[in-house]
Design a protein around this ligand. Sequence first.
Ligand code: ADP
Length: 377
Amino acid sequence: MLPHDAGHSSQKVAEVQAESEAIFRSIGDGAIATDEFGHITRINPMAQRILGLKPKEALGQWFPRILPIMREDKTPLALIERPIVQMFLTGKSVTAKVRYILKDGSSVPVSITVSPIILNGRPVGAIEVFRDITEEQEIDRMKSEFISLASHQLRTPLSTIKTYTHMLADGYFGPLAAPQTAPLQTVITAANTMNELISVLLNIARIESGSIAISTSEYDAAQLVTDVIKQLQITADARGVRLRFIRPAAPANLCTDSLIAKEILANLISNAIKYTPTLGTVTIRVRDLQHSVRIAVHDTGIGIPRQVHDKIFAKFFRAPNAVREETVGTGLGLYVVQGLVTTLHGKIWFRSAEDAGSTFYVSLPKSSVSPGRTADL
Ligand code: ADP
């Protein structure tokens, strides 16, 4: 009986092995498995095709050696930062977008997920699954280029509309009859809204194409806040919301791009005004820390429900309570703000609960942000 049983189970083992091999080969994305030391044990046909590697070239090789990588923007990536190394260090799955450098020196952008292979509760290797995202990136680039071009083209006729409507309203072409004033004001407001939308679209195109120019100088953060408050005071007054600025005792100097910093602050303060009912207060505080300046924008408004905290910076997202209270909004402001904060190498976060107000924090580094990216802003 015994020999028969052993034969039966070894056949079973072979079947299971063949099946797992077939599953591995059929994965529609590139897949590479390694042992616990990072030596390649399997490479599926899709990975061979994307990387131009034959199994005999790859099998047994140390993964980082046979397949060098760099960042998405083609800058070098240290071995320690490599997703597979990070995965081995943390024991957790790592997702990233990088470029694999191929044998011929060219590179291919990929979206990868690398996870530990756990057997009997012990990590015995890694599996890296990846997708060639060349086409996706090209489509993204074309989309951004289109938005940028379209927005520029829209700006020109819009500025003509703005100029002439203002001239009409100011009586430059003769006095207006009383019934004409209100409709003309509506046109002016609509043109302003359109102008803001175009700015948002342009900003998105610039952020997504990584082409925001940074021009840094030394500024007092309190002065930047004061400038923005001046711009927004009329809006706050119109809504019956009090703007309060708690100045730091001494200047909070930082080396930054003032246009971008003001755009970030203007977005956060105007959100605070927009989502705070009449008689509410918006308080802005500046704190001078060792390496950064932290600006907090606190409001006594409608707050952000906890269930949607993780979505608040996503493109087009608007919380249900905001949609109920305030019909005007695109859900693009915070997405832009987050992109701008990243451009300045800063951080943004918030604390909020529904009906309990919100505080948005921005921290900007004091030292100059690295130059390098150059384009118009
Ligand atoms: P929107 O054009 O809708 O204001 P944003 O991207 O600026 O878009 O904000 C996204 C969403 O975040 C808003 O729709 C709102 O739900 C929420 N939000 C942002 N700021 C505040 C705030 N100060 N108070 C309450 N909700 C806010």
